[in-house]
Design a protein around this ligand. Structure first.
Ligand SMILES: CC(C)(COP(=O)(O)OP(=O)(O)OC[C@H]1O[C@@H](n2cnc3c(N)ncnc32)[C@H](O)[C@@H]1OP(=O)(O)O)[C@@H](O)C(=O)NCCC(=O)NCCS
Length: 188
């Protein structure tokens, strides 16, 4: 190494491992009002073959995570979180983009998710990727009776979706993101 040269800690997306669960749960307790049950991540990782979970690491430290279920043609984003002091710096965007890349890799056609109606910050993030609200589940969140907004992507293979996605990817400086979606994917 050249003397005096500072190496910035690198951000990297990786698959979630069992050893990551305590750090993920610590973030979850910090940023979610109703964290998942204690064993939820362990069973997601070891027993749910539809489930795919990622972490965002800054050096050794986990600073965000997200996951999805691939159900037929669809990828359902089940969770996404960035620790409080790291929010608003584009990391949620990077994690969400990594989940969409995973959706391409898994052969999904659409991506869907539910978000609290009051969570404007998260909704804006999804809207930047071209997601739109398509419905509501009344009183879906049992802790406070809040409605869930169901958001849906256009086909992730549609040229307009891909163009927007590739533009977002260009602004992300995180290792392990994978390549942009190929132009060979079916369109529409
Ligand atoms: C939702 C969540 C994952 C978003 O993560 P995040 O890291 O804050 O997201 P980003 O930084 O990528 O984008 C969010 C905001 O930061 C801004 N931003 C993005 N890149 C930026 C940068 N380089 N510098 C400064 N601000 C930036 C964006 O404009 C955006 O602002 P806006 O919401 O006012 O439009 C995070 O807020 C979180 O963990 N929330 C709690 C859990 C939660 O609600 N999860 C979603 C459940 S559906």
């Amino acid at each position: 190494m050249i003397e005096g040269m500072k190496v910035a800690p690198r951000l990297v997306i990786e698959r979630m491992r069992h050893a990551d669960i305590p750090a993920v749960q610590a973030i979850e307790r910090e940023v979610f009002t109703s964290p998942w049950p204690r064993n939820a991540y362990a069973s997601e990782l070891s027993q749910n073959r539809q489930a795919h979970y990622l972490v965002l690491r800054d050096g050794e430290e986990i600073i965000g995570y997200g996951g999805l279920w691939r159900v037929g043609d669809e990828a359902h984003v089940t969770t996404i979180g960035v620790r409080a002091r790291s929010q608003g710096q584009g990391l949620g965007t990077a994690l969400f983009a990594a989940l969409i890349q995973r959706s391409y890799e898994l052969g999904a056609r659409w991506v869907t998710l539910e978000v609290r109606v009051g969570n404007a910050h998260a909704m804006r993030l999804y809207e930047r990727f071209g997601f739109r609200p398509i419905g509501r589940r009344r009183g879906y969140y049992t802790d406070n009776g809040e409605d869930a907004v169901i958001m849906w992507s256009d086909s992730i293979h549609a040229p307009a979706f891909k163009r927007r996605f590739v533009d977002i990817l260009l602004g992300i400086d995180v290792m392990g993101m994978g390549p942009p979606p190929s132009a060979d994917y079916p369109t529409g």
